[in-house]
Design a protein around this ligand. Structure first.
Ligand SMILES: CC(C)(COP(=O)(O)OP(=O)(O)OC[C@H]1O[C@@H](n2cnc3c(N)ncnc32)[C@H](O)[C@@H]1OP(=O)(O)O)[C@@H](O)C(=O)NCCC(=O)NCCS
Length: 147
């Protein structure tokens, strides 16, 4: 069974492990720890029994939320973990009066783009050479909650 709850300090090492498995430019342990300290940050984890299988890190600014990171353990992908994290995030947004979720995604990251589109996100545009390590364009996407 999947349980979604907030990330705590004790989870930082595991998040870092998932970062290294999920991204070409993983965040450092210190960087993840700093995010956890920020009052404007939302960090959710998804546990499959005792295993922290995935996480999402977001920043709030006024009535908008930006997804900075989302990743799932390669061994348990395609089981709905990321979709459940996004659904939990939307519930939090509704509770807090957040009207829009924003994100950027590497153009080549078809799995993530499909994940977001399936969750109702739309494409807003392209930011040229937005990423480094390796250099790549970003697709900008958003989800609006309406009025
Ligand atoms: C992108 C990622 C978070 C998806 O996690 P996940 O738990 O496997 O995703 P889910 O099982 O919730 O998938 C939900 C939907 O997303 C889409 N999707 C997910 N992975 C996909 C893939 N490899 N290929 C095509 N579509 C995919 C599908 O539509 C899927 O629904 P379906 O399985 O019913 O067809 C995961 O692949 C990952 O950690 N990637 C590395 C880190 C990353 O790229 N993060 C995004 C940065 S913007």
């Amino acid at each position: 069974m999947l349980t979604i709850k907030e990330i705590e300090k004790k989870d930082i090492k595991r998040i870092h492990q998932l970062e290294t498995e999920g991204f070409p430019d993983p965040w450092s342990i210190a960087g993840i720890g700093e995010s956890l300290e920020q009052p404007c940050t939302i960090l959710l984890g998804a546990w499959l029994s005792d295993l922290l299988a995935g996480y999402v890190i977001c920043y709030c600014a006024a009535d908008e939320l930006e997804i900075a990171r989302i990743a799932v353990d390669p061994a348990v992908r395609r089981k709905g973990t990321a979709a459940s994290l996004l659904a939990a995030l939307k519930d939090i947004c509704l509770e807090r009066g957040i009207r829009k979720i924003l994100l950027d995604v590497r153009q080549s990251n078809k799995a993530a783009i499909r994940l977001y589109e399936k969750a109702g996100f739309i494409r807003d545009g392209v930011r040229k050479n937005f990423y480094t390590q390796p250099a790549e364009d970003a697709i900008l996407m958003s989800f609006g909650f309406g009025k």
